[in-house]
Design a protein around this ligand. Structure first.
Ligand SMILES: Cc1cc2nc3c(=O)[nH]c(=O)nc-3n(C[C@H](O)[C@H](O)[C@H](O)COP(=O)(O)O)c2cc1C
Length: 306
């Protein structure tokens, strides 16, 4: 099951009974990847999003993982730092991002909608703190009974901002060339793998996805950037790489797959809802080791049986 933000937790980021029941109902999907969970309060992007920072949040997730395991499912925590998608109405502070560039459009606070705020450019010496927050959240996930974690490097949140030239105008070692823009994602994946084991660590990326203004609009640059990510994580022996792309059997994704060399799970992205035929084409065609399915699971907890 693909990660799907549900916004059903408490204002304190604690997932309650309704969250445990939601995941329990979908245990037959085999491997569930949770909604994006913030690693630290400054990384919360959405109202009623859950966290993996406090003991109460860890205890809440323990009820979720116990419920899924009781039904013979497996569950992976997706760790998501929202970066400039976060707003001060939720976090009480200005969001941090690679550069001080706002997203166009509106976002939600507990009080209603506001325009996206201009983030501040993170200092270079703040980046180890962000990595440490991912690591601590990954440790907390294991303490909460998760079978592993997926680092959210996709869909226009903090790590994707660093990858995307439109959002990253830095001149330190974390901006500029594709290799430098890939650095934070690679360092985060490496640190998490060291902390909890590479066999429990997944990474999700979304090359050429234009969501949240994280534009990878130059196809040559996008290929170079995501090949740099693949090359950087290839030696780690991660559990796998999850790629969201409208053309998953196409050249970019399959080149990234070859460069990565490990297990790969694919998803066709937001434009069309994954169908059984899509899933069959990708797996039986040998393009992926598995597919992740999102929206069809929302109204069909028993999707596998159906
Ligand atoms: C309501 C909703 C919430 C989503 N939340 C997340 C999320 O938290 N993390 C993530 O990586 N992707 C998220 N996605 C993307 C899905 O994982 C998936 O890639 C997308 O829905 C396309 O697959 P589908 O056609 O099978 O739904 C979300 C999608 C939807 C529709």
């Amino acid at each position: 099951m693909a990660p799907l933000t549900r916004s059903r937790s408490g204002r304190d980021g604690v997932p309650g009974e309704i969250v445990a029941e939601y995941y329990r109902q979908r245990a037959s999907m085999g491997m569930l990847i949770t909604e994006g969970i913030y690693p630290s309060a400054d990384g919360q992007g959405f109202v009623r999003q859950p966290g993996l920072e406090t003991q109460a949040q860890i205890d809440g997730w323990r009820k979720v993982t116990d419920a899924v395991h009781a039904e013979d499912g497996r569950i992976i925590a997706q760790i998501m730092h929202a970066g400039r998608v976060a707003n001060s109405g939720i976090t009480g502070q200005q969001a941090g991002a690679p550069s001080a560039i706002a997203i166009h459009g509106q976002t939600r606070t507990y009080e209603g909608k506001i325009p996206y705020e201009v983030p501040r450019a993170l200092e270079t010496d703040e980046l180890p703190v962000i990595i440490a927050d991912f690591v601590q959240a990954a440790r907390n996930a294991i303490a909460a009974g998760f079978d592993g974690v997926e680092i959210h490097g996709a869909n226009g949140y903090l790590l994707h901002h660093f990858l995307a030239p439109s959002a990253n105008h830095r001149t330190d070692g974390y901006g500029g060339t594709p290799e430098d823009r890939a650095r934070l994602t690679i360092e985060t994946a490496s640190a998490v793998a060291r902390a909890i084991g590479a066999d429990k660590t997944w990474l999700r990326i979304s090359p050429e996805n234009t969501i949240e203004d994280a534009l990878d609009s130059d196809p040559i640059d996008a290929l170079a950037t995501f090949l740099a990510v693949a090359a950087g994580i290839a030696p780690l022996g991660l559990a796998g790489l999850s790629i969201l792309h409208t053309d998953p059997s196409g050249s970019l994704v399959q080149q990234v797959r070859t460069r990565f060399g490990g297990r790969i799970i694919l998803n066709t992205g937001f434009n069309s809802v994954t169908s059984l035929q899509d899933a069959r084409n990708l797996t039986e065609g040998g393009w992926a080791d598995a597919v992740v399915v999102g929206r069809p699971t929302l109204a069909n907890p028993d999707l596998v049986r159906r």
